[in-house]
Design a protein around this ligand. Structure first.
Ligand code: ATR
Length: 288
């Protein structure tokens, strides 16, 4: 039960009804005995500034920000963490004196999921599939963790080129290059660490993968998927059938939440046992 001294956080999205974040965060708060509540805030696109002002006035301690507000919140923040600045998107706000500070926990969440799946980035040649919002967070992880090279494969080649240019500039090294998806057969032999960041293959289109050609998957040693519905995508199955290892997006979703929870509750670390319980609860919810 939350007391008068309790800390209130929430998620700002539109729509917000399907978010699993309230379930995750309230579970951590309860299990860890914290005076903490996390609530959904449905915020229309033209109400972002008003929502932030209102939340600040109401002493809301922190927020998650998701579709479609991850970029739109930036002008109204007091401060921006360097990771969020590099990615150009914010998914977590932390209350500070005079306003909110914006963070991006998608990148550290993805990195933790990759590490726990035993996927090393340092010195590796990486294939980044997609060049949208999710790809930016993944590109940042690959750059900051010392990938030897990153080849960005995207339907719209110009978008891949822009992402590569941005990241090469940010990290001060020419490690990222772009290729049009239609040229996928020209991807060198590898072996590659591939990160799949497009929405292709997400329910209800679980029978699809961006590339269906099995020869492509023989070049991939490890495949990290960002989609979490279904838990095993066709991309993952194709990687595994070709003899590689694959991991799904559920852990990234969980760890981006944990990184946010730990920003709002300094000094707390969510124990592994509670993370396992949340993983089970999420699986049940996602099966519904
Ligand atoms: P998000 O923020 O979730 O990454 P996004 O910014 O819309 O969403 O990016 C979606 C990504 O999936 C892009 O890389 C997009 O390719 P384009 O840049 O060429 O549009 C990719 N994508 C989505 N649907 C696709 C499809 N049917 N075929 C190929 N690529 C697709």
């Amino acid at each position: 039960m939350i007391s008068g001294k309790g800390k209130v956080c929430g998620i700002m999205a539109y729509p917000v009804e399907h978010s699993l974040s309230p379930m995750m965060h309230n579970f951590y708060g309860e299990q860890m005995g914290l005076d903490f509540a996390y609530v959904p805030f449905k915020v229309q696109e033209d109400q972002v500034e008003a929502a932030l002002k209102g939340a600040y006035a109401l002493n809301v301690a922190g927020m998650n920000v998701t579709v479609p507000h991850k970029q739109r919140v930036i002008p109204y923040l007091r401060e921006l963490d360097p990771t969020a600045r590099a990615i150009g998107a914010v998914n977590t706000l932390v209350r500070t004196d005079g306003g909110y500070k914006g963070y991006n926990t998608d990148a550290p969440g993805l990195w933790r999921a990759m590490r726990e799946a035993g996927m090393e980035v340092r010195g590796q040649n990486c294939l980044l599939i997609g060049a949208g919002g999710a790809a930016k967070a993944a590109a940042f992880v690959l750059g900051s963790q010392g990938a030897a090279s990153v080849l960005v494969l995207n339907r719209n080649r110009d978008r891949a080129g822009e992402l590569a240019e941005d990241m090469n500039r940010w990290f001060g090294r020419e490690f990222m290059t772009a290729m049009a998806l239609e040229d996928y057969e020209k991807v060198p032999e590898g072996p590659w660490l591939a990160v799949q960041t497009t929405s292709v293959g997400m329910n209800p289109h679980a029978d699809q993968a961006l590339v269906e050609d099995r020869a492509f998957y023989r070049k991939i040693r490890c495949g990290m998927e960002i989609i979490y519905t279904p838990e095993k995508t066709k991309f993952m199955s194709l990687v595994e059938e070709a003899g590689g290892r694959a991991a799904g997006g559920l852990d990234m979703l969980i760890y981006q939440g944990i990184e946010a929870f730990e920003l709002w509750n300094p000094g707390q670390r969510v124990p592994d046992k509670i993370i396992d319980q949340v993983r089970q609860k999420m699986r049940k919810e996602l099966e519904k």
